[in-house]
Write a protein that binds this ligand. Structure first.
Ligand code: SF4
Ligand code: SF4
Ligand code: SF4
Length: 275
């Protein structure tokens, strides 16, 4: 029982999260896009951790979690559920319970590929030696932020003609979560709508525009990713969208029918004519 008790303690140590603040409202589970493939819902996982029940270490749920943070931003108790999932994964590896083989194999493969590309690594290290030390003072901006700062109104002046296509902006995760680095309101973002208006498109917001597409799991052939993809596209089409646009290359790859926002800008601004 003692070692079992350690589960709650260790999860707290690894994740920094106080799972005892959870009052089982279930909002994390209703927000989670991956529940179809999970054996336990996110709120049930939290409950098992509260009880230090070692069944949590054998659950498939933490491995299906796409780390999209949808649960995290919705938890009224401020629990970072995604961090708890990560802690459980780490704990189950440490205890040799789940997926150890798969992970060890992956690390081995990484190691082999690094060995095969030894000369590349030497080149990188040589290059890095010439660089100034990174002082940590660079502010990283998304290109959408740069455009907003430049002024969407100014961009409007370069538009050849109002194309007027109904375009649904899909935000997914990367622009909005974690909230500390998100570039817009995590639940009601507007930045892509503003850009679309500026370039003469007709933006169409839709209910699933901030739901994770689960692409993290697509390489593993998880069925839920395909279901999610269809749901996102249908949600946009139901609102009358003729096109879906994204700012994340992986979302674009995963959704298949989406365009990248800069492709739309090229359409609207006349491509090379304006440089
Ligand atoms: S949203 Fe937060 S409080 Fe609600 S069940 Fe999930 S972890 Fe618990
Ligand atoms: S991070 Fe995303 S996939 Fe993972 S439990 Fe939370 S909502 Fe579900
Ligand atoms: S591809 Fe985009 S929406 Fe999908 S999981 Fe990654 S960031 Fe999230």
């Amino acid at each position: 029982m003692n070692s079992v008790k350690e589960i709650a303690k260790e999860v707290k140590l690894i994740s920094g999260q106080n799972v005892f603040a959870c009052y089982q409202c279930g909002r994390c589970s209703s927000a989670c896009p991956m529940t179809e493939e999970m054996d336990l819902l996110p709120n049930q996982i939290i409950r098992l951790v509260q009880m230090s029940d070692d069944a949590v270490l054998s659950s498939v749920t933490p491995w299906i979690c796409a780390s999209c943070l949808d649960c995290t931003i919705r938890c009224p108790r401020g629990i970072d559920v995604a961090k708890v999932m990560e802690a459980i994964r780490q704990l189950s590896i440490r205890r040799g319970i789940e997926k150890r083989e798969e992970l060890v194999r992956n690390f081995k493969e990484m190691d082999i590929s690094f060995q095969l590309k030894k000369e590349d690594i030497e080149k990188i290290n040589f290059f890095m030696d010439d660089e100034k030390d990174y002082s940590g003072k660079i502010r990283v901006k998304h290109f959408l932020e740069v455009l907003k700062e430049y002024g969407f109104n100014k961009i409007r002046n370069y538009v050849d003609e109002q194309i007027g296509i109904k375009v649904a902006p899909y935000y997914g995760c990367t622009l909005l979560r974690p909230e500390e680095i998100g570039i817009d309101d995590s639940q009601k973002p507007r930045i892509m709508e503003e850009l679309l208006e500026a370039i003469g498109m007709d933006p169409v917001s839709f209910p699933m525009q901030t739901v994770c597409c689960g692409s993290y799991n697509s390489a593993r052939g998880i069925k839920a990713v395909e279901t999610l993809r269809k749901k996102i596209l249908e949600s946009a089409k139901r609102e009358g969208a003729e096109l879906i646009v994204t700012s994340c290359p992986l979302c674009k790859y995963n959704l298949k029918e989406a365009m990248y926002f800069t492709e739309l800008m090229e359409m609207a601004l006349g491509g090379a004519r304006h440089g």
